[in-house]
Design a protein around this ligand. Structure first.
Ligand SMILES: Cc1cc2nc3c(=O)[nH]c(=O)nc-3n(C[C@H](O)[C@H](O)[C@H](O)COP(=O)(O)O)c2cc1C
Length: 184
């Protein structure tokens, strides 16, 4: 199989990360792949923030937990109370992708995020595309954490990629042909 296609077919979400940090060289390749993504009108409307500070990641995850508890929804409350609950699955590196809020910027950010997950796969690293952390930064507890990002004015995080070594690397090809129609 063509190498690029093989990587796309192999990509899957990893939710079991080893504690070992990823090599700096791999991180730089992943970031470069993110920054290589297509952007509407070449606006490059994203900003990437690499977080390798486990305490900050834990604090963001706790803020997500607080949002789930505050929601009053029993199933979300239960999820937040699970001992292993961690929004980033204890990944040693998380790259946050922030939008400048311009039109098409969400697509720009999604493209960069997906590119990074593919680059991670190509480098035999695990990755997980994550969006659920966003609500944490709207919570009182989370707003202060966002200050740590020192983002350019007007930017806000929308997606993240959790990165690390997968403790259970395996993959299966998903068959989704029924999602395709043809007009010929
Ligand atoms: C925009 C977006 C947000 C996502 N947010 C989360 C998330 O917060 N937590 C999570 O575990 N997975 C998240 N995922 C991963 C999806 O759950 C996953 O891609 C999907 O279940 C298919 O599984 P696969 O990635 O292994 O093919 C997200 C994916 C996308 C595209």
């Amino acid at each position: 199989m063509d190498r690029a296609i093989e990587v796309m077919m192999k990509r899957r979400s990893t939710r079991n990360f080893l504690a070992e940090q990823i090599p700096e060289e791999s991180l730089q390749k992943i970031l470069a792949a993110g920054l290589q993504a297509a952007t509407a009108m070449n606006r490059q409307s994203w900003h990437l923030t690499v977080v390798q500070d486990a305490q900050l990641l834990d604090a963001i995850s706790q803020a997500v937990g607080a949002v789930l508890v505050d929601s009053g929804v029993p199933s979300l409350n239960d999820r937040a109370q699970e001992p292993e609950f961690h929004t980033f699955y204890q990944a040693p590196t998380v790259v946050f992708v922030s939008t400048d809020g311009s039109s098409y910027s969400l697509a720009d950010c999604a493209n960069a995020t997906q590119n990074m997950t593919l680059a991670a796969t190509a480098l035999d690293l695990g990755s997980c595309y994550i969006g659920s952390f966003v609500q944490a930064f709207k919570h009182k507890q989370g707003k202060e954490l966002l200050n740590r990002f020192s983002l350019p004015i007007g930017y806000r995080p929308v997606f993240a990629v959790a990165l690390g070594y997968d403790s259970d690397p395996s993959f299966e090809i998903k068959t989704r042909e029924w999602k395709v129609s043809y007009i010929r």
